[in-house]
Write a protein that binds this ligand. Structure first.
Ligand code: PNS
Length: 162
């Protein structure tokens, strides 16, 4: 079964990595799909985000694909033969937004299931926006994101300490 893990991934965090590893145990193939979102002010380009994701999962090309998409997730999923959307749940506060997306996606394509995976507890407070904020103020992020992302954030914000 092919699953798709969509998101902004600006940038990928340890929480995302944890969810991807859990999903790889459940599904034959996982497609990490980065959304082209013009309405969001992004720190990393789509290409940079995909490169960072690839660098975090070396040698996993047989079971993991990194892609980007525009438009509706269900259309992209269908074009890839993916019938499951993987999303991480951190806290109850994520539930409302996630339930809305899951039910909307199913209303658009009845075959589209959503699998919610719980992050490890130590990642439950991490978000890409918090990482971007800390990095912009030159704070430590090495406990929140994988090493290639720490390096990339340093390049965006040269005085980052981590
Ligand atoms: O990491 P994010 O920003 O929470 O991810 C949100 C994402 C990419 C999963 C969501 O915005 C999405 O699927 N967008 C594509 C447009 C779409 O299909 N919308 C209808 C379902 S809500």
């Amino acid at each position: 079964m092919i699953a798709i893990f969509p998101g902004s991934f600006d940038p990928i965090t340890n929480g995302h990595v944890d969810i991807a590893h859990r999903a790889l145990k459940l599904f034959d193939k996982l497609i990490i799909a980065v959304l082209h979102n013009r309405s969001k002010q992004a720190l990393f380009t789509i290409e940079e985000r995909q490169q960072l994701i690839r660098s975090v999962f070396p040698g996993m090309e047989s079971s993991l694909e990194v892609a980007s998409f525009q438009g509706l997730l269900v259309d992209f999923a269908r074009s890839k033969g993916a019938t499951v959307v993987v999303r991480g749940l951190r806290a109850i506060s994520d539930y409302e937004y996630e339930a809305q997306m899951a039910l909307t996606n199913r209303s658009l394509w009845d075959e589209m299931e959503t699998a919610f995976l719980m992050t490890a507890q130590q990642h439950s407070y991490i978000s890409s926006s918090i990482v971007r904020q800390i990095a912009s103020f030159h704070g430590r992020v090495d406990h929140l994101v994988p090493p290639p992302v720490v390096e990339a954030l340093r390049r965006k914000h040269p005085r980052t300490l981590a």
